[in-house]
Write a protein that binds this ligand. Structure first.
Ligand code: PEP
Ligand code: MN
Length: 634
């Protein structure tokens, strides 16, 4: 049964309820949701619900109609997010696990790990204990294989998963792996389920060859009843009379299961079809059906594979599939989980992973306006200059930088769309702050150069355009040469060491490169400001945010392609009295002429109302995400 607690329940009341239920023979699990806290009481015991309903702190009691209780959506409405190493599975993410059917040698798993990671897989798979139909087939390398798998995972920064076939192997295996895989043949090996469940480690639970959806969920219930709630279900095809494929992929199981349980469900097109050419199309079918990810067999030399070669993709085919999955993920309102952001040796030690670096990443060369924004926010932190905006997101994801500083809009040039798109594409990063910088342009040249010497002026096209009045008046004969960024232009003229070259950039770029400012404040419009966002991994946001009160929120949502759907979403915000700031639309890849909407709103002293609005918008919109709540002091 589900015991829904009062919002104001006291901790002592909650303890009393729990103890009462435990005394009656129930196992009790507390689930803290966004809307309410509930207790799930499961077990063989029976009790008159009315007795519990009358206890202090209880709002209501609802029986769970399904035979699986802990796994049921009735008990927990929100999606469970399973954490494997530093990869999250579930919610709006699409996670791809890949690797060979079996670990065959150290060299083989290292090669394949490097290839699948390069293509974008985030979890490495590879069997060390192979349950084979024939006793004469290759049975796996056992513990030796686990060592190779672990080494490959560590080297390429991927958590690893492998199949466990015997309860006696569980303790030994837990030292090497990040997630247990329970194979189709063992889905109802209850002793194995109990033993694995007790480790509390993440589990990938394959659907049995002839298991109904209910039996499959009951197997998940076994794992949960024994201790783990970190379960990913995997549809891998079922046995039917059809012989054209190895098994029959039950694609419709995906949306059905997702409705019945809060646990994420992924698909395995390799074992479902057994045929290489079917793996990619069925992968897309699974994603289209709502799967939270895929498990795909990939081999560098499938023709020599010791098991399942005919269904293993070549690395190049896998790479192509990953591109298709990425495109499709936006169509279904999800984002592809990125290549791991893990500092390999500390896979299990999340705190260390992220405190390792306290650098601040920004795009551009040293002395760029973004660096100025970094300095305004963080006095004494080291910086990490990146070539592209996307690299800033990547370095923050990987833990190579603690935070990133990104321009979002300029008062003259408008929105920097690339960064709105990047925010959409990196669901695990949040916006934690804002910084404004006035863009003051300077004419920078080599020491001793005069205006008369200058023949060419380098800068970002916007820098050149923003100083056109000065250039026309003061340097009418100099040629304006577009460059990829302002500070980069300064570095370039320094390297050329030519007095006839000048650059337009901010003062820090001149200081950093030891060059001279020939004229300062040469921009045509003094009202030239750039607004920056500070981004962070969720787990690192807390320290930064505790320093100040959030007064602004940014969110991104998709609405259905129907008249009034955007209006309805905005009206909800208006009805709650939220004052909107910025509103942008961005095209959704793969859905021509459909858009994601980016919205900022003031939330000062309205945080509670904002939480309410978020819940309503989550229901109303086809996808909805708060990018961050932060303090905008400017
Ligand atoms: C596997 O993934 O290696 C495997 C044996 O799969 P299944 O249990 O689905 O047959
Ligand atoms: Mn296999």
């Amino acid at each position: 049964m589900i015991i829904i607690l009062n919002k104001q329940v006291k901790p002592s009341q909650k303890e009393d309820i729990k103890n009462f239920l435990k005394d009656k023979g129930f196992k009790v699990k507390e689930i803290v949701g966004q809307e309410e806290t509930v207790l799930g009481a499961v077990g063989r015991a029976t009790i008159d619900h009315r007795i519990v309903e009358q206890m202090e702190g209880v709002s209501s009691v609802v029986p769970i109609s399904k035979p699986y209780k802990l796994a049921s959506r009735e008990l927990k409405k929100e999606d469970t997010i399973v954490q494997v190493g530093n990869v999250k599975i579930g919610g709006q993410r699409i996670v791809v696990m890949a690797g060979p059917c079996a670990v065959e040698s150290e060299e083989q798993i290292m090669t394949i790990a490097s290839q699948v990671r390069e293509a974008g897989a985030v979890i490495l798979r590879g069997g060390a204990f192979k349950p084979r139909t024939s006793p004469y087939s290759f049975q796996g390398l056992g513990e030796e294989g686990l060592k190779y798998l672990r080494k490959a995972g560590d080297t390429y920064g991927m958590p690893v998963t492998t199949e466990v076939v015997s309860p006696t192997d569980v303790d030994m295996m837990s030292k090497y792996i990040d997630m247990f895989q329970i194979g189709a043949r063992n889905m109802q090996n209850f002793e194995l389920l109990k033993k694995v469940g007790r480790t509390k480690m993440p589990v990938l639970l394959k659907r049995g060859l002839s298991a109904t959806i209910e039996e499959w969920l009951m197997a998940a219930e076994y794992l949960m009843a024994n201790g783990t709630d970190q379960i990913v279900l995997c549809e891998r095809g079922i046995r039917t009379y059809e012989r054209a494929t190895r098994n029959t992929l039950d694609c419709s199981a995906i949306p059905i299961v997702q409705k019945l349980t809060h646990l994420p469900v992924i698909g395995d097109p390799s074992h479902a079809t057994g045929i290489r050419s079917l793996v990619s199309p069925m992968s897309l079918a699974l994603i289209a059906g709502g799967a939270s990810g895929l498990m795909v067999e990939v081999h560098n030399k499938p023709e020599n594979a010791l098991s399942d070669g005919p269904q293993s993709l070549y690395p190049s085919q896998f790479e192509k599939l990953m591109r298709d999955v990425q495109s499709l993920s936006t169509v279904v309102g999800k984002s592809l989980e990125r290549i791991p952001r893990i500092i390999p040796s500390s896979l299990t030690d999340i705190e260390n992973v992220y405190s390792d670096s306290d650098k601040i990443a920004f795009q551009g060369e040293r002395g760029a306006f973004s660096e100025l924004a970094v300095r305004r926010t963080f006095d004494d932190k080291d910086v990490l200059p990146c070539e592209k905006f996307e690299d800033v997101f990547e370095t923050v994801m990987k833990g190579e930088a603690l935070y990133g500083m990104l321009p979002i809009e300029n008062t003259l040039g408008g929105t920097i769309n690339d960064n709105i798109d990047n925010l959409i594409n990196y669901p695990d990063l949040v916006v934690i702050g804002e910084q404004h910088v006035r863009i003051i342009h300077n004419l920078i040249c080599l020491p001793g150069a005069t205006k008369e010497d200058i023949k060419e002026v380098y800068s970002h096209p916007q820098g050149l355009a923003q100083c056109s009045e000065y250039l026309n008046k003061e340097l009418p004969n100099a040629k304006a040469v577009p460059f990829f960024d302002t500070a980069g232009a300064v570095k370039y003229i320094k390297e050329k060491n030519d007095k006839s070259l000048a650059a337009i950039a901010g003062e820090p770029a001149a200081v950093y490169n030891n060059l001279e400012i020939l004229a300062a404040g040469i921009e045509s419009h003094p009202d030239n400001y750039t607004r920056f966002y500070i981004i962070s991994r969720e787990e690192n946001a807390i320290n930064f945010l505790s320093a100040s009160k959030a007064n602004k929120a940014a969110m991104i949502f998709n609405v259905s392609h129907k008249p009034g759907s955007l209006f309805n979403a905005l009206k909800i915000l208006a009805d709650y009295g939220f004052n909107l700031g910025k509103l942008e639309s961005r095209p959704i890849l793969g859905k021509p002429w459909e858009y994601s909407f980016f919205v900022e709103t003031d939330i000062l002293n309205k945080e509670e109302a904002f939480e309410e609005v978020v819940e309503i918008l989550k229901e109303e919109c086809s996808s909805f995400r708060v990018l961050g709540k932060f303090n905008s002091t400017n």
